[in-house]
Design a protein around this ligand. Structure first.
Ligand code: AMP
Length: 426
């Protein structure tokens, strides 16, 4: 009843049949990440509000305007996680993961929360799959992450992706560049929108994110950070590109790509599926070598990405490529003798224990209705037990494809079904 404040009605993907596709997609992500050495990490849905404020930077949209913040009964200021990275790095620092072999690679999937203007592809509760590699500044790690993300999209069959890539250098490179950018903005303050003027003092890099066409035209003339990165960051970026090129991963260099959170350094990237329109970003990531220090830890390099599961679902649905999740039903139990139901339901449970998918009528349907229901669930066979069969402690097992039917003693039913299903699978 309250779904509509989180997402417009009809766009929720949490219910069948979309919920099956969602789980299959997340399952494919988990399996792919684990093949690449990532392990699952689950962090709390709510954390101390300061964790996100310190790390994302007060100028970020997410922290400034979009965070769900509340005070609990112990007077703690908490926030629903707007993203995974800060919580994962906090967990890495608090739970001794820095003593394991580096980089520690972790994947996660779950809900994130942002008080954003709801529209197609943009919800207040949404799902991210996320991957982080913490503890190595090797450029091969940046490429591993990008390859994992792009590889997942490829595995899902998503075509027509646009990958944009940039480097924003190290923090030390940024100050002299920001001075240049502020000077540029000062010259054009009269020609840009209010949000851009505000960013001049908060975080001038964000001026590039403006949606206002006139401001965008101004920003197209602005100095870009990629021209002002130091030698080390530039060499790192060249090497990342070499790793990507060797893997045949296509990308476009975009010197204006700065990403929304303050903690990024060096490599940044975004993946879009342009046909989604206004909310076309299906994933983004970057290196965040300064983040651990913002949380009170020692200098620790890291790189990671997140993808929006609902947007990927929208893109796959538009391409008619939602992962198929046809539910399986090995046997539908048509119990027409009321006295037989408890025994037949017990046999059904025993068959489930053997790994078979079984259902029975649970709504008092007459014979015709039960046949229809068996059809609806795509049952491979029916188990029929009417008064006559029950009196003889037998049932009829009918193959729904061939129409063949045999009589089986109830005592032998579970073994018989298991043999049939085993034979069918072999
Ligand atoms: P970000 O953490 O902002 O880089 O977001 C990573 C990805 O999460 C984006 O590329 C989107 O696919 C997805 N995403 C971000 N915000 C939302 C939202 N409000 N609703 C749905 N998906 C979102």
């Amino acid at each position: 009843m309250t779904d509509s404040f989180q997402a417009p009605r009809g766009t929720l993907d949490w219910l069948p049949p979309r919920s099956g596709a969602r789980r299959a997609m997340i399952g494919a992500f988990a399996a792919r990440a684990e093949r690449a050495g990532f392990r699952e990490a689950q962090t709390p849905v709510f954390e101390e509000q300061g964790l996100f404020a310190r790390t994302a930077g007060a100028s970020s949209e997410v922290v400034g305007k979009e965070m769900y913040v509340f005070t609990d009964q112990g007077d703690r200021e908490l926030a629903l996680r707007p993203e995974f990275t800060a919580g994962i790095v906090r967990a890495y620092l608090e739970h001794g993961l820095s003593r394991e072999a580096q980089p520690v690679r972790l994947w996660s999937a779950g809900s994130c929360y942002r008080y954003a203007a709801v529209q197609r592809g943009r919800y207040r509760e949404f799902t991210q799959v996320n991957a982080e590699a913490i503890g190595s500044d090797d450029p091969a790690v940046d490429a591993e992450l990008i390859a994992l993300q792009v590889g997942w999209f490829r595995e899902l069959g998503l075509e027509g992706l646009a990958v944009r890539l940039n480097t924003i250098g190290d923090r030390a490179d940024r100050e002299p560049y920001l001075a240049l950018l502020r000077a540029f903005l000062d010259k054009h303050l009269g020609d840009v929108a209010d949000d851009v003027r505000r960013q001049r003092d908060l975080n001038p890099l964000r001026a590039f994110d403006t949606k206002d066409p006139a401001s965008q035209a101004v920003m197209a003339q602005a100095p870009v950070i990629a021209d002002h990165v130091g030698a080390e960051a530039a060499a790192h970026f060249d090497r990342v590109r070499e790793f990507l090129d060797a893997r045949g991963i296509a990308y476009v260099l975009d010197p204006t790509l700065v990403r929304g959170l303050d903690y990024y350094s060096r490599t940044t990237w975004e993946v879009a599926w342009p046909e989604l329109g206004a909310q076309s970003g299906i994933g983004g990531g970057g290196r965040y070598d300064g983040l651990a220090e913002l949380i009170g830890g020692p200098p620790t390099p890291g790189v990671g990405f997140a993808c929006g599961v609902e947007r990927v679902l929208l893109a796959l649905a538009a391409q008619e490529r939602l992962p198929g999740v046809a539910p399986r039903c090995d046997a539908f139990f048509m119990v027409l003798a009321d006295a037989a139901r408890p025994t037949l339901h017990a046999l059904m449970e025993a068959a489930r224990d053997r790994g078979l998918a079984c259902e029975a009528d649970l709504a008092g349907r007459a014979a015709k209705g039960q046949i229809k229901q068996a059809d609806r669930v795509g049952a491979a066979r029916t188990v029929v037990c009417g008064d006559d069969e029950w009196a003889r402690r037998v049932c009829l097992v009918r193959d729904m494809t061939s129409g063949e039917q045999i009589e089986v003693a109830l005592d032998d039913l579970v073994g018989h079904l298991a043999d049939l299903a085993g034979g069918a699978q072999a």
